[in-house]
Design a protein around this ligand. Structure first.
Ligand code: FAD
Length: 258
């Protein structure tokens, strides 16, 4: 591991470099652990690439690379694919017309204070928050489209297996509550807070990025309210508006892109 220079960033913004780095890591590193992909895993991969192609708010080159690999997947007629062939399709400029993903990771908003902290898992959360918000903004009518893809991707491929088990049990418990793109955005937000709550104080917590219930009152004052008894409660309508804005395509910063 060669130490990288610290990149200064705004803690209340989303960075495209984290999202592109998540794509690189998931498609070129995490998936490569599977030499042959078939069955539920192949279905999961197709769903994931489909939601990325539809909703990833990326630069034309990135969208081109995703579209090329989606087309390639659709043409595969067998019951299994080789990861090496997928990788060739992903990196082929012949298929995509010069478009390729960046060659490595560059974490910005997802930098950790030490190499073992943050990075990819932070960017996976960010990516799926962005995708749920983009699905809503694009007028999707299938509330579960993005979360179904996330659930399947995490179950088949996410390298942190205890994380996958936890996420699957949350999905089994309450994913059926999701009935629209708006409730999907809120579901992912509230499950993410549930995970933050569980992980607060654990060794995996970066001391410079403590696990908190998010967004804080500093980030979104109107998201917080007090019940009559003085107990904290979330103003869900305000939270939803906040999430639409926070994760919106227009607000993602292009700093440090490769
Ligand atoms: P993260 O929790 O990764 O969040 C990234 C950014 O999202 C934050 O910096 C903040 O800007 C924003 N954010 C924070 N909370 C919310 C919210 N509620 N809604 C929207 N945005 C928010 N680690 C474990 O040790 N055990 C597990 O079981 C586990 N399960 C996981 C399951 C999944 C599906 C994923 C993607 C990750 C899981 N992780 C787990 C990793 C863990 O959740 C964190 O990603 C990791 O510890 C890095 O934390 P972070 O400080 O970068 O913040």
């Amino acid at each position: 591991y060669t130490e990288e220079p610290w990149r200064s960033f705004n803690r209340s913004r989303v960075y495209m470099s984290d999202l592109e780095s998540a794509l690189h890591y998931s498609l070129r590193v995490e998936l490569s652990a599977h030499t042959t992909i078939s069955g539920d895993d192949l279905t999961a991969l197709k769903q994931y690439i489909t939601v990325l192609t539809k909703y990833f708010p990326g630069r034309p080159a990135i969208k081109g690379a995703l579209k090329a690999v989606e087309n390639w997947l659709q043409e595969q007629e067998g019951t299994e694919i080789q990861y090496s062939d997928f990788r060739k399709a992903l990196d082929s400029t012949v298929l995509s017309g010069d478009a390729v993903l960046p060659a490595g990771v560059r974490w910005v908003g997802c930098q950790g204070s030490q190499p073992q902290y943050r990075g990819y898992p932070c960017a996976v959360w960010t990516l799926f928050h962005v995708l749920t918000v983009q699905a809503k903004a694009s007028g999707s009518t299938d509330g579960l489209e993005v979360l179904r893809a996330m659930r399947a991707y995490v179950s088949s491929f996410f390298g942190c297996r205890p994380c996958a088990t936890h996420f699957e049990s949350m999905a089994q418990e309450s994913l059926s509550d999701v009935t629209s793109p708006a409730t999907a955005v809120l579901w992912l937000w509230s499950r993410h807070n549930q995970v933050n709550n569980r992980l607060a104080g654990e060794p995996s917590e970066d001391p410079h990025f403590p696990k908190i219930q998010w967004p804080t009152p500093e980030l979104c004052p109107s998201c917080h309210s007090l019940k009559n008894g003085g107990e904290h409660s979330w103003s869900k309508d305000q939270v939803l508006d906040f999430l639409y804005n926070y994760f919106s395509a227009e607000r993602i910063l292009p700093d440090y892109l490769q």
